[in-house]
Design a protein around this ligand. Structure first.
Ligand SMILES: C[S@@+](CC[C@H](N)C(=O)[O-])C[C@H]1O[C@@H](n2cnc3c(N)ncnc32)[C@H](O)[C@@H]1O
Length: 250
């Protein structure tokens, strides 16, 4: 039996017994033959991101970089510059334009390639991509990105200096040859983890969330929208009340 099959079968057999914690929740390590997910960072990225995706309708979700469809039955829109497959839009992330807004935009270990594995390197292209993706979020929407550390030195520097700053940032570190991971704090950035060492592929993965508030998008309603049911409601009603009303309209 090939070594690959053996390691897959061992991980598959142990999968129900092995789990990890992320943000207070328990997840099973993901085990799949495609790209040997059981041996690398996909083991933690996939269960975390897939749990998030399942909270939404597929038309509310945009994925940058075609990853999830290799493992799950997906129906959401995917933008990927190079991977050719039915339904994938082959566009550079910064060039993808649409009038549609998404409640959830996800990207699994993709943005580290942007401006790095390209003919012309560009230090500013990942921040540009993140800003661009924020413009595609619906009010109340979330951008959820995973990124390996140590792969792209521009990215690592942006994270260390705060040029790239998420609303919420979490870190997972690989801690064993058998592909066990644990959540760690931001001090891990100072340790400058390497990609490919001590373990193959990523040794630390950053999970970043950017949330688009309702408030930013309801300011234009302030002077124009008065709920039909109560014409006396002042346009100066609390932000909370307006957000609730806006959500009901959507
Ligand atoms: C994480 S890999 C996906 C590889 C593989 N499908 C997997 O599941 O691991 C990153 C993906 O990002 C895409 N990509 C790289 N640069 C891009 C860019 N500037 N805009 C959009 N997609 C890009 C590549 O085509 C590649 O499919």
């Amino acid at each position: 039996m090939k070594k690959f099959n053996k390691s897959y079968l061992v991980h598959k057999a142990l999968q129900p017994l092995r789990n990890f914690s992320f943000q207070g929740k328990k997840y099973h390590y993901f085990c799949h033959k495609y790209n040997s997910s059981h041996l690398n960072e996909r083991a933690v990225e996939l269960p975390i991101v897939w749990a998030e995706v399942q909270r939404y309708k597929s038309y509310e979700v945009l994925e940058i970089g075609n990853v999830l469809s290799h493992y799950f039955p997906t129906k959401h829109l995917v933008v990927d510059k190079y991977e050719v497959a039915p339904g994938i839009i082959n566009k550079d992330v910064v060039e993808f334009k649409t009038k549609k807004k998404f409640k959830l935009i996800i990207s699994i270990s993709t943005l580290e390639h942007v401006g790095w594995d390209e003919e012309v390197k560009s230090k500013g292209k990942i921040p540009q991509a993140i800003r661009h993706l924020q413009t595609l979020l619906a009010p109340g929407g979330t951008l959820f990105i995973t990124l390996p550390l140590g792969y792209n030195s521009y990215l690592d520097e942006h994270l260390r200096t705060g040029k790239i700053k998420f609303d919420e940032t979490f870190y997972m570190e690989r801690v064993s040859k058998f592909n066990s991971w644990r959540e760690v704090d931001s001090d891990i950035l100072k340790k400058k983890p390497k990609y490919g060492s001590p373990y193959e592929n990523a040794n630390v993965v950053v999970f970043g969330k950017v949330k688009k508030s309702f408030a930013k998008d309801i300011t234009h309603l302030a002077g124009t929208f008065v709920p039909r049911s109560n014409k006396n409601i002042s346009v100066l009603e609390t932000r909370e009340k307006m957000e609730k009303t806006y959500r009901q309209m959507c």
